[in-house]
Design a protein around this ligand. Structure first.
Ligand code: URA
Length: 243
C-alpha cells in the first residue's frame, strides 16, 4: 500500500506491459488528479490518487479475493484476543483490510472466501440470493431416506420459520456413522449442527466444499490459501452483476 510509480500502477491495474505504460504516459494519455503526467517514475498514492487513462478512471483500490482451506482451531473473525484468526493465516498474502465472507465454526474446516469486496460479500450472504453452500458431514448414526425427507421438508430449529429445503445426499451410511453431502441456501448460526440435532444426530466432522460456483481447491491443504483466478471471480460476479 501507499506510494507507487505511475507506470507500475498502470501495469498492475490494467494488465499492460511496462513499455506500454511508459508510452501512454509519454503520449499524454494519462492524467493524475486532473493533471497530465508525463513522468513514468512519478509516485502516486495508491489509495488516494485519481488516475485516468484515455479518459477512463482506473480504480485505485485493489480488490483481493482469497480462497482459504480453513483448518480446525481458528476463528472466522478479523481480530481475536485468544484464538488465531483466519486473517492471521493469510496475513503474508495481503495488507488490505480483508474479512471472511460469512463464518465457519472454530471446529469446521473447508472453503472460506476472504476479501475486501464489500459488495460481493453482501451479495453472497444475502438470504434473497439463494447461494447454495455444500457441506460434507460425518454424522453419528445411520442416515436414511427419512432424514432426507425431513431435511427436504424443512426443520424447526427454533427460528421463526422452518429451515428452507435442504438436499441431503447419502455417501455412506453405516449403523454408527454416516457420510453425507448437505446443500443449504441459508447460513443461520450453527445451522448444519442444529439441523442434525433436530433429527437426533450429532455432527462429528463438518467441512464446507463449495459456495455457489466456487469449489474448494482440493490441492490446498488445511491452512493453505491462494488467490482466486479471474474466472472464479467472474463466476461469482455473474451471480449478481447485470451488464
Ligand atoms: N453450519 C454449522 O453448524 N457450522 C458451520 O461452521 C457452518 C454451517
Amino acid at each position: 500500500m501507499g506510494q507507487m510509480r505511475l507506470d507500475k500502477f498502470l501495469c498492475d491495474r490494467t494488465g499492460c506491459t511496462r513499455k506500454e505504460a511508459k508510452l501512454y504516459i509519454k503520449n499524454g494519455q494519462v492524467l493524475v488528479d486532473d493533471e497530465r503526467m508525463k513522468r513514468p517514475e512519478y509516485k502516486i498514492d495508491e489509495e488516494k490518487s485519481c488516475v485516468f487513462l484515455n479518459g477512463k478512471k482506473i480504480k485505485g483500490d485493489t480488490l483481493v479475493y482469497i480462497m482459504l482451506h480453513k483448518p480446525k482451531g481458528v476463528v472466522s473473525a478479523t481480530k481475536d484476543y485468544r484464538d488465531e484468526t483466519v486473517i492471521d493465516l493469510v496475513s503474508h498474502m495481503t495488507h488490505k483490510d480483508i474479512f471472511p465472507v460469512g463464518r465457519l465454526d472454530k471446529d469446521t474446516t473447508g472453503l472460506l472466501l476472504l476479501t475486501n469486496d464489500g459488495e460481493m460479500s453482501h451479495e453472497l450472504l444475502s438470504p434473497k440470493k439463494h447461494v447454495d453452500k455444500v457441506y460434507e458431514v460425518i454424522a453419528s448414526g445411520k442416515i436414511t431416506t427419512e432424514e432426507q425427507r425431513q431435511f427436504e421438508q424443512g426443520l424447526d430449529i427454533g427460528e421463526k420459520n422452518l429451515t428452507k429445503p435442504a438436499i441431503l445426499d447419502i455417501v455412506e451410511a453405516a449403523d454408527t456413522e454416516s457420510k453425507v453431502l448437505v446443500t443449504i441456501r441459508e447460513g443461520k448460526f450453527h445451522q448444519i449442527k442444529r439441523m442434525f440435532h433436530k433429527v437426533g444426530m450429532d455432527v462429528l466432522e463438518l467441512k464446507r466444499i463449495s459456495m455457489g460456483p466456487l469449489l474448494l481447491d482440493d490441492s490446498l491443504q488445511e491452512g493453505e490459501a491462494r488467490f482466486l483466478t479471474k474466472e472464479e471471480i467472474k463466476q461469482l460476479k455473474e451471480l449478481y452483476v447485470r451488464e
